[in-house]
Design a protein around this ligand. Structure first.
Ligand code: CMP
Length: 232
């Protein structure tokens, strides 16, 4: 892609991002020109936890996830970022190593801004820092929600919470009231819920027996009664 084309493309994204959208067009154009574009393939690692890079990233196309991985290769997904989201703000701000490993969920295109360029932009437009703080606080609230689930819900409750969340955001309702969502592997469910794959397999068996979650082709069918698991 030509640099000019990149600048226009990135400017379009920055205009929609709460942290940059208040910038005058002149500053936005200048900042957009400082981004470089990187394509990553599905499953590719963008950077690892503890890496020393400090760039800011914006997802221009595709989806990526921030994960913690242990020595056995088990994964806990902290957050998923899609088109228009930014990530890498933690090392960008404190200059310390990356707090999580970032992996491409799909083939994706990323815009990358070097820390020095970002700091210069903040110097010129300090409101960027205020808006970034607000975005970080929002992420802290989400993280508190995750801590709450890990501390107070058991594996079946966490799993049902996840499935219902997916059902409500991207599922659709069949005639019999069941939500239909794209099937996930037990490993993926484990990574989303902070459980072991073995624990997920056990819970899925129980949920299937109680007809709360059924597998059909490439889909899960989630019963509206699955919410009952919360109240047990
Ligand atoms: P950084 O630490 O630079 O690199 C990993 C990135 O993952 C981090 O910046 C954030 O963008 C993102 N990240 C880490 N932890 C969380 C979390 N709990 N919630 C949302 N995003 C996170």
């Amino acid at each position: 892609m030509e640099k000019g084309t990149n600048t226009e493309l990135i400017m379009g994204f920055l205009k929609d991002l709460p942290i940059f959208k208040g910038l005058p067009d002149r500053h936005l154009r200048h900042l957009s020109g400082d981004f470089i574009v990187r394509n990553v393939s599905k499953g590719e690692t963008i950077f690892y936890q503890s890496d020393n890079s400090t760039d800011l990233y914006i997802v221009l196309e595709g989806t990526v996830r921030a994960s913690l991985l242990n020595h056995d290769g088990e994964e806990l997904i902290l957050a998923t970022f899609c088109k228009g989201n930014f990530f890498g703000e933690m090392s960008l701000l404190d200059g310390k190593p990356r707090s999580a490993t970032m992996i491409a969920v799909d083939d994706s295109t990323l815009g990358i801004l070097r820390r020095e360029k970002f700091l210069l932009a903040v110097k010129n437009d300090p409101m960027i820092a205020i808006d970034l703080l607000s975005a970080i606080v929002q992420r802290m609230r989400m993280a508190n929600g995750m801590i709450e689930s890990l501390a107070f819900l058991d594996v079946s409750q966490r799993l049902v919470k996840l499935l219902l969340q997916i059902a409500k955001t991207e599922g659709y309702k069949d005639e019999d009231g069941f939500f239909r969502i794209k099937k996930l592997t037990h490993r993926e469910l484990a990574a989303h819920t902070g459980a072991s794959r073995e624990a997920i397999t056990k819970v899925m068996k129980v949920l299937a027996f109680r007809e709360m979650v059924k597998e059909k082709g490439g889909y899960f069918l989630i019963s509206p009664d699955a919410e009952d698991v919360y109240n047990e």
